[in-house]
Design a protein around this ligand. Structure first.
Ligand code: SAH
Length: 609
C-alpha cells in the first residue's frame, strides 16, 4: 500500500473518502503521531488533512533525507489548497499535490524554486538519468546559482542529452555540475599544471558531483572472505585511482563465486547486481595476466580482470588487477548508451485544443520535430525554438528514416501525424522501416558482408530506441462528432487514395463494405485530384443502398475553414469534396434529424423512449 491519508475531523474524513476515488488503494487513518512515525518509512505518499503546523511538528523528528523521505502533502479540510510540504521532487510531492488539486478543483501550493521558475529540476533530471548525487549538501548553493543565472553549466564526461536550460561547458572550472566517475575532477586534469592540482588551488567552491553508474568491479576472492574485507578492498582500489564508489554499476565474478556469502552481502548492501561468468567464458578473454593458482582453484586463467571486461563490453581495463588480502579487484568502464526516444504523435484534426495533453507534453519534451508542413503549421506554438525537420507530403519515407536516424543518435524525436498516427499515417511506416533494418541485421549476421556490400548494412536497430505511439483524434472521430452520431454502429474506413493501393483493391473493399451494410467513412476522397474516385465509390454504394441514404461531408473538421454538409447518395456530388474532406455514407438505417446524421444502435427495438 503506497498512500496513507490522515484526518482529524469529520469533514477531514469525508474529504479523505472523496480522495479514495483518486487513490483507491489508499489507507485512511485517524491522525495520531505514533501512527505517523510507524508508517513513515513504509509508504510513498502521506496526505494530511489538517493544519500544516500539526504536520510540521509531527514529522520534524522523522525527516532523514530527500532521497528516502516520503512525499508529504497537506490539505485544508475544504480541499481548497494542496500544499507540497516535503520531498517535492524526488519523492514526488509536487506531482501529488498537483494531482490532488486537479481532482478536487483546488489549488496546488508548490514552493520549489525550479518549478516556480519553470526550470528542469537538477535532482529530478539526475534521477531520470540514473545519476547519483554525491555532495547533496551543496545542492542549495548550486540551485540558487542556477535559478539566478537561468542556466546550469554542466561538465560531462559521458554522452548525455541536456535539457535546454543546461549548458555544456568544456572546462571543469566553469561548471556548476560534473557528471563524472572521477572522485576529484581536478586531479590529473590535463588543463591544470600538476603543481596546482596537487595543491587543489584550481578547486572552485560548491560544484555538484553527479555519478554515472558506469564502473564494473571485477572481483575475485578466497572462500569465506567477509563482506567488510570486500568492501574495503573495492573502496581502497577506487580511492587510490581517483574513482567514486557511487559510480559502481555492478559486480562481475566467476560463476562459482556467485554464491559466496561475503560477496552477496556486499552486493546487497549497495544494491549491486552480480554478473557471473563460467571459467570457459572468462578464458575467452585474451591479453590477461594468467595465474596458476587461480587456474588450479577455478579452471579460469584469471577472474577479476576478464570478468570486468566481459561484463562491461570494454576492450581494455580502466584499472588492472589489484590484490588486497583475500580479494582481487579490477575495474572496467562501461559505455553508457543514451537510448533515443521516438514518439509517434497524433495531433488530431485541427489546432492545439484537440491534441491530448499527453501528446502536447511529448512534443514539448522532444528535441526534434519531424513532420509535414501543414500539420506543423497547425501546432506551431508547441514547436517554437525546436529543431524542425519538414518535408513535402510525398516524402514521408525520407521523413520517417530521418526521424529514426536522429533518435538513434540519442535524441528525443517526435514524428507528427495529423489525426491519429496509426490511421493512414506515419506509425505503420516507422515500424516497417525498423523491421527492414532489423532484417538487414539478421542477414548481415548470416552472411559475411564484404566491403563492397556495405550499403546493405543496417543503419539503426529498433532495440536501440524507446518507441511510443501516442494516439490522436482521427478525422473519423472529428467528422462524426460534427455530424452527430453517424458511426454508432459497425463501420468501415476506406481511403480512396490509389497512390499506395491498387484501385481494384479499393473497389473490392468498397463493394464489400457497401454490401455488408457498413456505415463507411471515405478518407482521401479526391486523391491526387482525381474526381472519378468519389464518383466510382458512389456508384458502388448505389448498387446496395437507396439514393436517400444520408451522406455527411465534412471539410476541415475543427479547423478555421470547417464546413459541414448533410445530404444523400443522390445529391452528394453537388458539393465540394477535396483532400481536406471526409465523407461518411450512412447504412440502411441511418437517419437525419434536425441538423444531425444518426445511425441507430438498436435501442428503439429494446426500449420504449
Ligand atoms: N491520420 C489522419 C488521416 C490522414 S489521411 C487521421 O487520423 O485523421 C488524410 C485524409 O484524412 C484527408 O484526405 C481527409 O480525408 C481526412 N482528414 C484529415 N483531417 C481532416 C479534417 N480535419 N477534416 C476532414 N477530413 C480530414
Amino acid at each position: 500500500m503506497s498512500t496513507v491519508i490522515f484526518y482529524i475531523t469529520e469533514n477531514g474524513l469525508n474529504l479523505a473518502k472523496r480522495l479514495r476515488r483518486l487513490y483507491p488503494e489508499a489507507r485512511i487513518e485517524k491522525f495520531n503521531s505514533n501512527e505517523v512515525s510507524d508508517l513513515w518509512d513504509k509508504h510513498k505518499n502521506l496526505i494530511f488533512i489538517m493544519a500544516a503546523g500539526i504536520v510540521v511538528r509531527t514529522i520534524a523528528p522523522l525527516i532523514k533525507n530527500k532521497k528516502t523521505d516520503p512525499a508529504v502533502v497537506v490539505l485544508d479540510e475544504t480541499g481548497k489548497y494542496a500544499i507540497s510540504l516535503l520531498s517535492g521532487h524526488i519523492g514526488g510531492a509536487n506531482d501529488l499535490a498537483k494531482d490532488i488539486a486537479e481532482f478536487l478543483k483546488g489549488e496546488a501550493v508548490i514552493t520549489t524554486a525550479s518549478d516556480v521558475n519553470n526550470l528542469t529540476a537538477i535532482d529530478i533530471w539526475a534521477n531520470e538519468n540514473n545519476l547519483s548525487i554525491e555532495n547533496m549538501e551543496i545542492m542549495p548553493h548550486v540551485a540558487t546559482r542556477y535559478i539566478n543565472n537561468g542556466a546550469l553549466r554542466i561538465y560531462s564526461e559521458i554522452e548525455i542529452a541536456l535539457p535546454d536550460e543546461f549548458l555544456r561547458v568544456n572546462d571543469p572550472r566553469f561548471a556548476d555540475v560534473f557528471v563524472t566517475n572521477k572522485k576529484d575532477i581536478y586531479l590529473k586534469n590535463p588543463q591544470c599544471s600538476s603543481a596546482e592540482c596537487s595543491t587543489g588551488s584550481c578547486h572552485v567552491k560548491e560544484q555538484l558531483y553527479l555519478r554515472p553508474k558506469n564502473l564494473i568491479a571485477g572481483i575475485g576472492c578466497n572462500s569465506n572472505t567477509s563482506s567488510d574485507e570486500m568492501e574495503d578492498a573495492v573502496r581502497t582500489v577506487l580511492d587510490e585511482n581517483n574513482l567514486s564508489f557511487l559510480a559502481i554499476h555492478s559486480i562481475a565474478t566467476i560463476y562459482i563465486k556467485g554464491n559466496e556469502q561475503g560477496l552477496k552481502a556486499f552486493a546487497e548492501k549497495y544494491n549491486l547486481k552480480i554478473n557471473t561468468f563460467t571459467a570457459d567464458e572468462l578464458n575467452t578473454v585474451e591479453g590477461i595476466l594468467k595465474s596458476d593458482a587461480v587456474f588450479k582453484a577455478t579452471g579460469a586463467n584469471a577472474v577479476s580482470e576478464p570478468a570486468a571486461l566481459l561484463a562491461s563490453g570494454a576492450s581494455e581495463l580502466l584499472i588492472p588487477k589489484h590484490k588486497r588480502g583475500n580479494v582481487t579487484v579490477a575495474i572496467a568502464e562501461q559505455r553508457l548508451e543514451q537510448k533515443g526516444k521516438l514518439y509517434i504523435v497524433g495531433t488530431g484534426p485541427g489546432g492545439i485544443e484537440h491534441i491530448t495533453p499527453y501528446a502536447q507534453k511529448a512534443i514539448k519534451n522532444s528535441d526534434v520535430i519531424v513532420g509535414y508542413g501543414t500539420y506543423l503549421d497547425l501546432i506551431q506554438e508547441l514547436t517554437e525554438g525546436k529543431e524542425v525537420v519538414s518535408t513535402g507530403m510525398t516524402k514521408e519515407v525520407d521523413r520517417c528514416k530521418k526521424a529514426v536516424e536522429l533518435a538513434t543518435t540519442g535524441k528525443t524525436v517526435a514524428v507528427i501525424s495529423g489525426g491519429d498516427p496509426g490511421i493512414y499515417a506515419m506509425a505503420g511506416l516507422v515500424f516497417e522501416i525498423l523491421r527492414e533494418e532489423d532484417q538487414k541485421i539478421r542477414r548481415s549476421e548470416d552472411e559475411q558482408i564484404t566491403e563492397e556490400k556495405t550499403s546493405v548494412l543496417p543503419r539503426f536497430c529498433a532495440s536501440a530506441l524507446d518507441i511510443e505511439v501516442i494516439p490522436g483524434i482521427s478525422a473519423l472521430n472529428a467528422c462524426a462528432a460534427r455530424l452527430g452520431a453517424p458511426l454508432m454502429h459497425d463501420f468501415a474506413a476506406i481511403s480512396l487514395s490509389d497512390r499506395l493501393t491498387p484501385w481494384e483493391l479499393i473497389e473490392k473493399r468498397l463493394a464489400a463494405a457497401a454490401s455488408a451494410d457498413f456505415v463507411t467513412i471515405l478518407y482521401n476522397p479526391k486523391s491526387m485530384g482525381r474526381p472519378e474516385h468519389i464518383n466510382n465509390a458512389r456508384a458502388i454504394f448505389l448498387k446496395h443502398r437507396s439514393t436517400e441514404t444520408p451522406v455527411g461531408i465534412v471539410k476541415g473538421a475543427m479547423r478555421e475553414n470547417e464546413s459541414i454538409i448533410i445530404t444523400n447518395l443522390r445529391d452528394m456530388l453537388n458539393y465540394d469534396i477535396d483532400m481536406q474532406t471526409a465523407v461518411i455514407i450512412g447504412n440502411s438505417r441511418t437517419f437525419v434529424f434536425d441538423k444531425w446524421m444518426i445511425t441507430p444502435r438498436g435501442y428503439e427495438n429494446k426500449y420504449e423512449f
